[in-house]
Write a protein that binds this ligand. Sequence first.
Ligand code: KIV
Length: 281
Amino acid sequence: MLQPDSEKRTVLNLGQKKTRGEKITAVTAYDFPTARVAADAGIDIILVGDSLGMVLQGHENTMKVTMDEMIYHTAMVTRAEPPALVVGDMPYGSFHVSIEKSVENACRFIKEGGAEAVKLEGGRKRFRTIEALLNAEIPVMGHLGLTPQSVHQLGGFKVQGKLREEACEIFADALELEKLGVFAIVLESIPLELAKKISERLSIPTIGIGAGPFCNGQVLVFPDLVGLTNLYLPKFIRKYADTHALWLKALGDYIRDVQNGTFPNDQESYHLLKDIDEFLQ
Ligand code: KIV
């Protein structure tokens, strides 16, 4: 019998978690070591998010991330064989050209990346694409509210669903996504009252980020969660560690030890079995 934390998470048993009233934990990861830590911690869902464009590559938004980059990072994550469900995030441009191209790209996440599901941003404009992915036997996670790939259309990273019309559209899209057959929906940066209503109404789980405490699970971007950068973070992010300070101290200590000659010491060096002069003769 597997321990609960090492039990393989599937789209099925994650749905059952909601039914039992258990919260779902999700985090982004983009590489092998982070996926191993997430596995050891017992995280339910690892999202290989296109947020890597910002937090790894240093872009100001996610728009430039390519399919090849996403596959490269997804494969690193799945090589860690985490019990978590691994979800590949379809980048901008990978599901906007045609339905055929979208299915082809989603298949790459499964076949080349080893992902078990894909996530794609958007509501009503994406219904036909989502239907096609589901018909290709690919589990799909929806993403509503603030969809960062629409940053230019939205005019910035802004909270969505504060106005009545916006809220009604997000609510209706959530109902339709469930009807289509997605296994979960990410709700990003929307008022908690709206997220609560959607979470109560749907039987599939909602995973919130900046959407308040009533979602069925939460997701955070890993470098934000561990405080890897000391840049500005939105208010919905809780920093559980100050990795930036920890790494800064480690590097400062390293620089000091190299400069004063105390690194490496004798135990950190190799020795010949003979005297060097005798050895070189
Ligand atoms: O790309 C990402 O990391 C995401 C999460 C913020 C949900 O889409």
